[in-house]
Design a protein around this ligand. Structure first.
Ligand code: GDP
Length: 299
């Protein structure tokens, strides 16, 4: 994807390029391995994934002492991002005549509302009819923001009529509207106040249940901010308790050179990164392409 190329230009030296520079030194000393480890940890790859990656690299070097460093690294990194995972949106096929739904969850400020708008844009480009539900009723501005996206993309937005309305009732209304309109996809934006974990989980659980009455969500997408590093993994575990996560959208990858969080999310959660956010604009959402990503890291 050419957009990963743009990412590379924006962030300058990636951790992949740093790894490659160390690798090219040839016979690696313990200091070199320590430096590799430090580079991975600094890039938010996370301790567990770093250990696995280093073990994998050692094994590869042992098997192929004269192997091309770039090829060895590329293979090891690709192993972590696992190109075999299905990264398509499980929202049926255009024109299949059914309503499919997705609930988008994540902590406030990670880019949920923006992602819902961008996803709507992607779906509309596939000629699908979409309804958006603004179930983040905690923050009035969130519904306004979603309405702006709806107008921009040309899809209806169902929002609360009063402040502090029940998020689940808004989600239900949106699902009902989608059914009445014979829309193909319902995307539900949710609130993400992590301060009250139990309250949040109850609220999200209720949203998933009421939407299920109309169309069981085939996608529960977790939005993570790439710049928050390992915190994202902790968040992911909390949200994963509400409903099985089906995919991750990693936002703000344009704002960090620490792309390592992609590896950590992938390995430690076992949930595929399906899309990445590369900016604030409507077209700044790219399907995650494992090989393109690894190549962009290695430069
Ligand atoms: P929410 O609270 O999770 O719904 O977050 P918002 O959708 O309101 O986004 C928070 C801020 O992050 C906004 O200023 C967005 O424009 C910005 N944002 C969202 N996605 C991206 C991205 O991929 N890259 C960049 N640079 N900014 C983003």
């Amino acid at each position: 994807d050419h957009r990963f190329g743009r990412l590379r230009r924006r962030v300058g030296t990636t951790f992949g390029q740093s790894l490659l520079a160390i690798f090219r030194r040839g016979a690696l000393s313990q200091d070199d391995w320590d430096e590799l480890e430090e580079t991975l940890l600094m890039a938010d790859v996370g301790a567990a994934t770093t250990d696995e990656l280093l073990a994998d690299l050692k094994a590869r070097l042992k098997a192929e002492p004269d192997g091309d460093p770039r090829a060895l690294l590329r293979a090891a990194l690709l192993d972590v991002v696992d190109p075999s995972l299905d990264r398509s949106l499980a929202l049926g096929a255009p024109g299949d005549g059914e309503l499919h739904s997705a609930v988008v969850v994540g902590v406030n400020g990670v880019g949920k509302t923006t992602t819902v708008g961008k996803l709507a844009r992607v779906l509309v480009a596939e000629d699908r009819t979409v309804v958006l539900g603004a179930a983040d009723t905690f923050r009035a501005a969130a519904a306004d923001q979603l309405e702006t996206w709806g107008a921009r993309v040309g899809v209806p937005v169902v929002r609360a009529h009063v402040d502090g309305a029940d998020p689940a009732s808004v989600a239900y209304e949106a699902a009902d509207r989608a059914r009445t309109d014979e829309a193909e996809v319902l995307l539900v934006d949710t609130a993400g106040r992590l301060q009250n974990k139990q309250g949040l989980m109850d609220e999200l659980g209720k949203i998933v249940r009421v939407v299920s009455k109309v169309s069981p969500p085939q996608e529960v997408l977790l939005v993570l901010d790439a710049t928050t590093g390992q915190n994202g993994l902790t968040q992911a575990r909390v949200f994963g308790q509400v409903a099985p996560l089906t995919g991750v959208v990693l936002t703000k990858l344009d704002g960090t050179a620490k792309g390592g969080i992609v590896l950590a999310v992938q390995r430690e959660l076992g949930v595929p990164v399906k899309f990445v956010g590369l900016g604030e604009g409507a077209d700044d959402l790219a399907p995650f392409d494992p090989a393109g990503f690894v190549d962009s890291l290695l430069g």
